[in-house]
Ligand binder design. Structure first.
Ligand code: NAP
Length: 311
């Protein structure tokens, strides 16, 4: 049976763009579906400083542009659309999208993960008016102002360090008595004179009128709740994998998709790569590597279906 595309990649973050580059370079007819701009999480990174091969920090959006250009130079096609469902009949997948159905022999899911929300009073109301999930995007609006960072992982430490370049009034709270982040990132925060770290603290409420004006925090060690004036709140408390297209696939306790070493899910021909996959370390370089592996294995499957396998 004829299909529209050999391979369809859903999601154009680092995993999807790397997968696309490898697929196009291997002469596969490959389509990347993305609902917004290509780049995924890298778009919100100010200075990307740990991607191998870039000894000087590179802006995340510039990095994403390089990945996209490289994939396009090898012949990958891109479609701006949202994928709404995915089904498999025999060896053929059909993806329903906002621009119509697409059939293919193999699918790489690389839809990434979205920011987790606190779910406290005021968070939704002041989102975009003081509450942010992206320091690079919104930090410059609060230059010299008092900013609160919530979280204790790599993202929170990275972003707090970025905000401390904009203001000497950065307060960081974490619900535990030490950071989850990699030691190098945690140390950078702990030694930054512009950041005041308060462990064993949780944010209870965000208040204001036209804009954010104060926050209510609780010291969980003493049980004391107190209100403090604040200009902005930056929330970095992890992510939720975007797996709505595949509700029935096996996942780990965090909801991340489980694959084999080929990045193949329980469904033959359906691969998952990047931040939505169960992995011990979520990094751009890992996502890009997973995209390459997924394409390599998908191309072997496609060759077999087409009767071109190297036996
Ligand atoms: P993460 O590692 O899952 O950390 C989330 C942090 O938020 C944890 O400290 C967690 O507390 C806290 N948290 C979760 N829910 C909370 C809630 N409801 N209220 C208060 N605090 C809450 O997430 P991440 O920092 O976004 O990082 C995600 C992945 O990206 C990681 O694999 C990370 O390595 C990677 N990353 C790497 C870099 C880098 O290498 N430069 C930068 C950014 C992200 P507990 O510790 O108590 O669970």
């Amino acid at each position: 049976m004829q299909v529209d595309k050999d391979l369809v990649i859903i999601g154009a973050g680092a995993a999807g763009l790397s997968a696309a580059q490898y697929a196009a370079r291997a002469n596969l007819d490959v389509l990347v579906i993305e609902q917004m701009a290509a780049g995924g999480q890298s778009l919100i990174i100010g200075d990307l400083e740990n991607y191998p091969g870039f000894p000087e920090p590179i802006n995340g959006a510039d990095f994403a542009q390089l990945l996209e250009t490289q994939a396009k130079n090898f012949g990958a096609e891109f479609l701006i659309a949202s994928a709404t469902s995915l089904k498999k009949e025999g060896e053929i997948f059909t993806i329903e999208t906002s621009k119509g159905p697409i059939t293919t022999y193999a699918v790489i899911l690389s839809t990434g993960a979205q920011h987790r929300k606190l779910g406290i009073p005021g968070e939704k109301e002041f989102s975009g008016r003081g509450v942010s999930y992206c320091a690079t995007c919104d930090g410059p609006f609060f230059k010299g102002k008092k900013m609160l960072v919530v979280g204790g992982g790599d993202a929170a430490c990275d972003e707090a360090s970025f905000l401390a370049n904009l203001s000497d009034q950065v307060i960081m709270i974490h619900r535990r008595d030490r950071f989850r982040a990699q030691k190098s990132l945690a140390d950078r925060v702990l030694h930054n004179p512009n950041i005041e770290v308060r462990f064993n603290h949780v944010l209870k409420e965000i208040k204001g009128s036209m804009k954010l004006e104060s926050v209510v925090m609780e010291n969980t060690e003493t049980g004391e709740s107190y209100e403090e004036e604040m200009d902005a709140v930056f929330v970095f408390i992890g992510s939720i994998p975007q797996t709505q297209l595949v509700p029935d696939l096996p996942k780990d306790e965090g909801g991340y998709i489980i694959t084999d070493q080929c990045m193949e899910t329980e469904v033959k021909g359906l691969y998952a790569a990047g931040d939505l996959r169960a992995t011990p370390f979520r990094q751009l370089v890992v996502a890009a590597g997973e995209g390459a592996v997924a394409t390599h294995c998908a191309s072997q499957r496609i060759d077999a279906i087409k009767g071109q396998a190297y036996e």
